[in-house]
Design a protein around this ligand. Structure first.
Ligand SMILES: Cc1cc2nc3c(=O)[nH]c(=O)nc-3n(C[C@H](O)[C@H](O)[C@H](O)COP(=O)(O)O)c2cc1C
Length: 200
């Protein structure tokens, strides 16, 4: 399946459940692939800055003289996009925080979603320019929200990835992680089983 890009976004460091799922995924990948062609980007440990007026000018306008802060932001945006383009399978650890994705992951999308580079507008509407990729979303939650209106994360991830052209998307859920030990064990085992069954 080529090269794998893993995006982590948990702020819970060594207590992170989504990072545990990532570790399990990596173990499976390395068992089935002779090459270690995995890139890991931890968006909590190396955060992408929050987009503001100054940084927006840097990544959207071509005709402005850039400040040092803007140059750094533009370089980061360009390198994140290049990294995304260079990988075939994008694994995104997406914990649910306040019914949505972590700010760290949203900031990443704000830096990679750029008109004319990762999407464009045509007479027929918008068109994604990141094609030929597959995404696997490892999503962890304290409660149980799958297939309910309170799960804003799943439709958002579908929408945003589709928007830039990533159409093949698989979700792996680990829910009920705040509902006691038994629930945690059941939830993790079920998620690991689903990871075991991924066909590369
Ligand atoms: C700031 C914060 C907000 C949270 N919000 C929710 C929530 O809205 N719904 C939910 O089910 N769990 C919520 N949780 C629980 C997390 O989803 C749960 O701890 C999960 O394990 C997070 O993944 P992680 O351990 O990889 O960070 C929240 C946790 C934190 C730290």
């Amino acid at each position: 399946m080529g090269k794998v890009l893993i995006l982590k976004s948990s702020i819970l460091d060594k207590y992170s459940n989504s990072n545990k799922m990532v570790d399990y995924f990596i173990e499976k990948w390395l068992n089935e692939n002779s090459e270690n062609n995995i890139t890991i980007r931890d968006l909590a440990k190396s955060p992408v800055p929050t987009l503001d007026n100054e940084l927006l000018d840097a990544i959207c306008k071509n005709d402005v003289e850039l400040t040092e802060r803007q140059k750094k932001a533009l370089d980061l945006s360009n390198s994140l996009i290049l990294e995304l383009k260079e990988h075939d399978l994008i694994v995104i650890a997406a914990p649910m925080y306040n019914f949505h994705i972590p700010t760290q992951l949203k900031n990443y999308f704000d830096f990679v979603i750029r008109a004319g580079i990762t999407f464009c507008y045509t007479e027929l509407g918008s068109q994604g320019l990141i094609e030929g990729k597959k995404a696997i979303i490892l999503t962890t939650r304290g409660g149980i929200y799958k297939d309910t209106p309170s799960d804003l994360l799943t439709p958002y991830m579908n929408l945003i990835l589709n928007f830039i052209g990533i159409k093949e998307i698989e979700f792996i859920f680990s829910e009920g992680l705040a509902l006691g030990n038994e629930s945690v064990i059941q939830s993790q085992n079920s998620a690991y089983k689903t990871i075991d069954n991924i066909l590369f």
